[in-house]
Design a protein around this ligand. Structure first.
Ligand SMILES: Nc1ncnc2c1ncn2[C@@H]1O[C@H](COP(=O)(O)OP(=O)(O)OP(=O)(O)O)[C@@H](O)[C@H]1O
Ligand SMILES: [Mg+2]
Length: 386
């Protein structure tokens, strides 16, 4: 009869292709039991959107059959890892990861990416929220076809839920007019802080923040108010967009916020007649940024009228055309994003563990764990940025 040790050492040979660690050390094997050569356990992945889930599952099955077990009862589940230092953060203790979507230039498709990314992650089974940090020109409610103002219960704003995504946006609070918001910097910061603290986000695996373009008050407030997992940079292929995208990367680097990766939007037009790809805005801008700044390239989204129309009618493409090539490009990006977030989370866990094991470092952490001190350090640094 096979033993627990044999099972565990065979599973130790299965390495998560993204985390580059074996699944046993990563604590992914749960509830192992052996009964008359029947082996049962749960494989707990680091995200339901794991880009390698079928590959890992197959490797697990192969590993178990390699030790002569033919009767395997395998359950595959997922528990998203925390990709930010929640211990330092009193504001959003139930939110495991915060992904801010940024760009240097306006109109490159940040909101389109943020909205469809949120839906795509939610479709995989993750708990997802979307915070529209574009206070002047909020477009998230329009893209979801939402109009009603949120309810307030026990002094907390209840975020409307659409397609499984909890949403907050300044767009919900404007009167029914087309009026643009006119706010000074401190008010912008105040509203964003309120969206972080006064909204009943509950438990979330991923909170996506749709930032306005550039390196102004909103991105700074987000980066300085809460620890975030990382930034997703959206660009279009042409030089002018790339050059400003790089500025956004520079700003977040100065603020010590990790870059999750680069997404290239409006990459090409798929010719409906000849099926070839037409690179209207040039080719490879996202890839160039990725190589120059050593940040992962997470995929490209074609230019397609259905993407624009879906947003305009309040039914994003991932809902209106779920089987389309455009949606599968976005689903692939969502999986790559989730995979990268797991890598950042694993690195964070490892560095926290090594810091904890070192008593000298421990003291440093404690003195740095005052959230006010944290903000202060970053504010000083931000002066260089501005
Ligand atoms: N891949 C695409 N194909 C076709 N249209 C697109 C695509 N991506 C975005 N669009 C359209 O381009 C316009 C701008 O997109 P979006 O609002 O997402 O950009 P943004 O970067 O958030 O803009 P802003 O800087 O103003 O916040 C919208 O009309 C949107 O529907
Ligand atoms: Mg936008």
């Amino acid at each position: 009869m096979v033993t627990v040790d044999q099972v565990m050492s065979s599973l130790k040979k299965v390495v998560d292709p993204e985390l580059h660690k074996d699944i046993v050390s990563m604590g992914m094997i749960k509830d192992l039991s052996i009964n008359d050569n029947k082996v049962s356990f749960t494989l707990e992945l680091t995200t339901p959107a794991c880009p390698f889930n079928s590959e890992i599952e197959q490797d697990v099955r192969n590993a178990i059959s390699s030790i002569g077990v033919s009767d395997l009862d395998l359950k595959v589940t997922a528990r998203v890892m925390e990709g930010r230092s929640i211990s330092l953060d009193e504001l959003l203790p139930g939110v495991k990861n915060i992904i801010a979507v940024a760009s240097g230039k306006g109109g490159v498709g940040k909101t389109t990416v943020a909205v469809n990314l949120a839906i795509a992650l939610s479709k995989t089974g993750a708990k997802v929220g979307l915070l529209d940090a574009d206070i002047y020109g909020p477009s998230v409610p329009l893209m979801f076809g939402l109009k009603d103002s949120p309810q307030v219960v026990d002094n907390k704003i209840q975020p409307p839920v659409s397609e499984g995504v909890k949403i907050i946006s300044m767009g919900f609070f404007y009167e029914q007019s087309q009026q643009a918001g006119i706010y000074r910097g401190p008010i912008i910061s105040g509203i964003i802080k309120q969206f972080l603290t006064d909204v009943n986000w509950g438990e979330l695996d991923y909170l996506i923040i749709d930032l306005p373009p550039g390196t102004g008050d909103a991105p700074l407030t987000v980066a300085q108010t809460i620890p975030i997992t990382g930034i997703l940079v959206v660009t279009t292929p042409q030089e002018v967009a790339m050059n400003v995208a790089v500025k956004a990367i520079g700003m977040f680097n100065k603020l010590n916020v990790p870059i999750i990766g680069v997404v290239e939007n409006m990459s090409y037009l798929q010719c409906p007649d000849c099926n070839s790809q037409i690179h209207i805005f040039g080719k490879g801008g996202g890839q160039k940024i990725s190589q120059q700044y050593n940040v992962p390239f997470l995929g490209e989204i074609p230019l397609h009228t259905q993407i624009m129309e879906g947003s305009d009618i309040g039914k994003p493409i991932t809902i209106s055309q779920p089987e389309s090539l455009q949606t599968s490009a976005i689903m692939k990006i969502a999986k790559n994003v989730a995979g990268r977030v797991s890598v950042i989370a694993a690195e964070l866990k490892q560095s926290e563990e090594s810091e904890n094991s070192d008593s000298e470092n421990d003291k440093t952490i404690q003195s740095g764990s005052n959230p006010e001190a944290e903000v202060k350090v970053q504010t000083t640094e931000s002066k260089n940025v501005i």
